[in-house]
Ligand binder design. Structure first.
Ligand code: SPD
Length: 368
């Protein structure tokens, strides 16, 4: 962990997760799928098809994995959990490893889209931090192994757009209507921020009260960003195409390394705390290679390289010894104590709330 306060951050997340609204079910089946049993594979060959978020793994590390194991990695990328889910639901994808976020893991277990691979028995599972072992979306770590985790806030370039440094809240973000505003193309991130902006508290983000969604929709209908996109933010912000943006903290860190004038804002109504996980789809063609890859990523030195590349923290014991100092010194990554109470995990909402999120997001993006 970057520092003690981030340990507190994860612990906070887990405590809040346990109390989170709408988390109707948890993945707790402790019996590995029959296909997944047997001794842990010691050597691999052939291919591994990885479906990951865009710009979320160090190409040099993929090459090093291939050198060490003889397994060739074929990478394909997505921009949101919903894109990932739709892809898996569209049928046989040929992917061996995917990277859903916390709430999406629960949905995928319920839909029987990912396998119980018995992660807790992997050789490097001993490196998972205790606070990341008994997570609400995968109690005891059967289906998933931790990759990166982070927050969703606002990045502001106060030199190019002085007004953005006055932004204190999501309400400000949605109502200042500054030129060159950029926002994630992610229905859960956008709608949860809009709900927070109209006064919905963190523990009610899975509300089914339609008046709250109407209020969020009204707020959004007056919000006209120049860009609605999750990918390519680093290039846009550093290239002056975007001056203020709803942004993930690791990408913000990477921007700040290049342009130290940038400021990462923790909006006062609250901030989503999310974590992305390695999982194996049902029917993955190269199961042994998937296990070797996931286990390799739970080695402290290997995962530290990914943290240094992506700018996000991880949940592997000992990896912070290998972190770039810039991570420890950046309040976008090393959350200042005063902001910790603002953080809360994205809850796994029930179907009714999910549909309302979809309706609000779709009607807003359609009218842009
Ligand atoms: N550049 C990819 C960053 C991936 C971040 N995952 C975000 C999950 C948020 N719900």
């Amino acid at each position: 962990m970057v520092a003690k306060n981030l340990k507190l951050l994860v612990a906070t997340a887990l405590v809040i997760s346990l109390a989170a609204c709408g988390s109707e079910s948890t993945a707790s089946n402790s019996e590995p799928d029959p296909q997944s049993t047997g001794a842990f594979p010691t050597s691999g060959s052939g291919e591994l098809h990885l479906y990951n978020w865009t710009d979320y793994i160090d190409p040099a590390e993929i090459a090093r994995f291939t050198d060490e194991t003889g397994i060739e990695v074929i990478l394909d990328t997505f921009d949101s959990n919903e894109t990932l889910l739709a892809k898996l639901q569209s049928g046989s994808t040929g992917y061996d490893v995917i990277v859903p976020s916390d709430y999406m893991v629960q949905q995928m277990v319920e839909l029987n889209l990912i396998q119980n691979i018995g992660v807790k028995d992997f050789p490097n599972a001993k490196n998972i931090k205790p606070e990341a072992m008994n997570v609400i979306f995968d109690k005891g770590r059967n289906y998933t192994a931790p990759y990166m985790y982070g927050t969703t806030g606002i990045i502001c370039n106060p030199i190019a757009e002085p007004k953005c440094k006055d932004m204190k809240s999501w309400h400000d973000f949605f109502t200042f209507n500054l030129a060159k505003t950029d926002v994630l193309k992610d229905q859960v991130e956008v709608v949860s921020a809009a709900l927070r902006a109209v006064g919905v508290p963190a523990n009610d983000l899975c509300t089914t009260d339609k008046s709250k969604y109407l209020a969020a929709q009204e707020l959004l209908s007056r919000f006209k960003p120049a860009v609605i996109e999750s990918d390519g933010s680093i290039e846009r912000v550093l290239g002056g195409i975007s001056n203020v943006r709803q942004n993930w903290n690791g990408d913000s860190h990477r921007m700040k390394v290049e342009n130290p004038d940038l400021v990462y804002i923790y909006p006062s109504e609250g901030v989503n705390l999310w974590s992305d996980q390695f999982a194996v789809p049902v029917g993955a063609p190269n199961l042994d290679n998937a296990k070797i890859f996931i286990n390799w990523m739970m080695d402290p030195k290997n995962i530290a390289k990914e943290t240094n590349f992506t700018g996000y923290d991880n949940s592997i014991i000992g990896s912070s010894d290998y972190f770039d100092p810039s991570l420890k010194n950046d309040p976008a990554v090393n959350v200042p104590a005063e902001y910790l109470p603002l953080l809360s995990p994205i809850p796994n909402c029930g179907q009714e709330a999910r549909d309302l999120y979809t309706q609000v997001f779709t009607s807003w993006t359609t009218e842009q």
